[in-house]
Design a binder for this molecule. Sequence first.
Ligand code: UT7
Length: 328
Amino acid sequence: MASVIIAGVGSFLPERVLTNEDLSKIVDTSDEWIRTRSGIRERHIANEEEACSDLAVKAAKRAIADAKIKPADIDLLIVATASPDLMLPSTACIVQRLLGIPAHTTCFDIAAACSGFLYALEIAYAQLQTYRYKNTLIIGAEKLSSVVDWSDRTTCVLFGDGAGAAVLTKVDQSDIGILGSDLGADGEFVDNLYIPAGGSRSPASVKSVETKKHFIQMNGREVFKSAVRIMETVAREMMKQHQLTPDQISLVFPHQANSRIVDALANNLGFPPEKFYVNLDRYGNTSSASIPIALDEARRAGRIKPGDLTLMIAFGAGFTYGATLVRW
Ligand code: UT7
């Protein structure tokens, strides 16, 4: 069987930086509280004219250039996002138009919140193995600032905007690229992290806007506990399936939500903290974009070398989760 490799990666962060100090002028918070409770120091925020697709396109162009292909070479395009440009059509179709990707390409969005990039990766992998496709473009892109309540200090300090993308390509070589992937979800927890209005359950109305039901609501403590427990379980299972110990894995890319979650996860799994890549201090939680942004940064910083084994671990609203093992 052919392998599927990550042939190119790219990311994009909007120019504007919002520091904890800036936030302390908007809501009743402090740099000290945000840093000690979450590890976040600053985040990037898109401007009014920039939508999710604009961030996605910029990350995608970098991934396409990195993979040394052209937009016309892409057979399948998946955008993972919790903050799409529109309810209809998909952000993937908007990205397709902006990138000039030909009409015969399959394009769709997936809604798996912060686990979206790993969901997209697994779907793209399966499609490449099954169909005639050669190259797929997967993107995690978010303009979370558009769905955050800027008067709610319990959520607005946590999130940021950004996008990360990867080109997956089929190659005739074994034991390289995506070696394993395990995804899951537990719908029992849907009410712990959600946007109550704007969908068919509670369509937009004057009342829904007035009561701020179009913004993210989160039960932070429950999400925290579940994030540690579920990411630990899925990562442990992946390592067991592949008979791996922490010393055989060069670098781990956990979802970037909270440094206390990351530290607990590394500790519980028996990894030294330096093997867990962390950039949430600079970007906050960028949901589906968090893992591909980290991948791109680590690659450019020379922290991923040919032959290295890396593990990505995701967790998000739903709850959704996943772990993916990649040999570079
Ligand atoms: O992508 C996956 C989704 N997200 C996550 O993984 C996030 C998971 N949850 C968390 O990261 C943490 O639960 C938070 C960072 C959200 C909160 O940390 P915590 O240690 O669980 O704090 P808490 O919610 O228990 O709040 C402690 C106190 C409360 O005051 P009282 O009730 O003790 O008087 C809050 O009102 O801190 C207060 N508080 C704040 N104070 C200053 C909450 N937000 C803030 C704030 N600034 N921004």
